[in-house]
Design a protein. Structure first.
Length: 305
């Protein structure tokens, strides 16, 4: 299925793209050198990216697949399957992908960084399950040990797993070997635990440069930023976290949260209920973006506000 953001990608020239990308990178670079950057894995202590561009790419030409026919590929069921008891269905079945077309519907993607966390991630998963809300997790490799069951559960529940490096470093400061280890090792470890290879990467602190983009192309990953920052890592206040999520929400929004803060888990039921009340469909990043392209940087699913 084609996607409005992908269509826009095709129209962005390489020169403009690189210029914008460079400006953004420089902006973040001044943050690196001009002020202290939190070192904690639990702190994405950068302000949200200010760009409202839906997506950018190094490559001027992005092939557009017109594969809308794939939607009709599911053959009709010819056999009646007996329905299991409701309780069993809820416990064992993954959260169904919402039957929405994000080119039409008001889709929003909830994203959670820095986990898995043995205390908070289960609470977040419980709420998502209870409310049939699919989400996207950007997980840190060094947190996998001892939390393998949470990684598997997130995938089994119907969520999408992305990566967020192994040790949460500032990627532009790394040499090529270090960069490769941070990205490739985390992708490999996630795949080893879950059985599914992640194709989405979120750079810590939102920091990336051309070397990072080149590496994600090599690894078949796209770069997923955000355009709504709940600042949950800073406020650690469920009311404030929810307020920022709801006030920032718009069609195509990618909302940044962290499943390592109890306050975020506490805010989540309100965020989900209010977004739905306001007419939003909650979807995963792949649902929001159509089919994310490796090496492309996405800030949201649409230019619409
Ligand atoms: Ni982070």
């Amino acid at each position: 299925m084609s996607d409005p953001s992908n269509l826009r990608i095709a129209g962005i020239s390489a020169a403009v793209t690189l210029a914008v990308s460079g400006l953004i990178t420089l902006g973040f670079a001044s943050d690196i050198f001009g002020s202290a950057v939190p070192q904690s894995a639990a702190s994405d202590g950068q302000s949200a990216p200010q760009s409202t561009n839906g997506a950018k790419t190094k490559e001027a030409e992005q092939p557009q697949s017109e594969s809308s026919s794939s939607e009709a590929a599911t053959p009709p069921s010819t056999e009646e399957q007996p329905a299991p008891p409701q309780a069993d269905r809820q416990k064992d079945q993954p959260i169904p992908a919402p039957d929405v077309d994000c080119e039409v519907a008001r889709c929003v993607a909830l994203t959670f960084d820095d986990g898995p966390d043995k205390n908070v991630t289960p609470k977040v998963l419980d709420t998502l399950k209870k409310t049939s809300t699919p989400a996207t997790f950007f997980q840190v490799g060094r947190e996998f040990a001892g939390n393998e069951a949470l990684v598997k559960r997130a995938l089994a529940d119907g969520h999408v797993l992305g990566t967020h490096t192994w040790t949460h470093p500032q990627l532009p400061l790394l040499n090529p070997d270090e960069l490769n280890e941070e990205l490739a090792n985390t992708i490999a470890a996630s795949e080893q635990i879950s059985g599914t290879r992640p194709t989405l990467m979120r750079p810590p602190y939102g920091l990336f440069n051309d070397a990072v983009i080149d590496k994600t192309i090599e690894l078949g990953n796209s770069v997923i930023m955000w355009d709504v920052d709940t600042e949950d890592w800073k406020n650690k206040n469920p009311q404030e976290t929810a307020k920022r999520a709801l006030e920032g929400a718009h069609r195509g929004a990618i909302i940044l949260m962290h499943d390592v803060h109890p306050s975020t888990a506490e805010a989540l039921p309100t965020i989900i209920a209010e977004l739905r009340k306001n007419g939003y469909s909650l979807v995963t990043i792949p649902q929001l973006l159509g089919n994310p392209t490796p090496g492309t940087v996405y800030y949201s699913g649409t230019l619409d506000q």
